[in-house]
Design a protein around this ligand. Structure first.
Ligand SMILES: [Zn+2]
Length: 133
């Protein structure tokens, strides 16, 4: 069923983000394993909220490949910091996921180059159309 597939995709990439926020929070904010400090909980809630509103929906690639320019500046900086911090550590904690991420990034870069050439003829949904919380 379609909804099952959608749920599965959404769960896996959101879980990676949650995992990365967890790594960051444990390392930077000294929170306990499996717990997030208030600041990181807010970030995690925001990520889920944006995701549910995103016009890209389940086609949206995860992590840094995600078109996070639709995040508000404060949260964008925070998630970037999380990615920068946790990205290299993913290799240690979860190599399989980390490699999937590297491959995805390369694929996205190649696709971006292609998309740039085709951009003039195609219009993507605009993130600015979504209202801020
Ligand atoms: Zn934290």
């Amino acid at each position: 069923m379609m909804s099952d597939i959608k749920f599965k995709t959404e769960k896996s990439d959101l879980e990676i983000v949650k995992f990365m926020i967890g790594v960051y929070c444990r390392g930077k904010h000294k929170s306990k394993k499996g717990e997030l400090c208030e600041e990181c909980s807010r970030l995690w809630e925001y990520v889920q909220f944006r995701r549910s509103k995103c016009p890209y929906g389940d086609k949206k690639p995860f992590c840094s490949n995600c078109p996070i320019h639709c995040y508000k500046p404060e949260m964008r900086e925070k998630i970037k910091e999380v990615m920068r911090y946790s990205g290299p550590r993913m290799m240690f904690y979860n190599p399989r996921v980390a490699w999937a991420h590297v491959i995805e990034t390369l694929r996205k870069k190649r696709a971006d180059k292609k998309a740039l050439k085709q951009k003039a003829s195609q219009k993507k949904p605009d993130c600015k159309d979504i209202e801020e919380k």
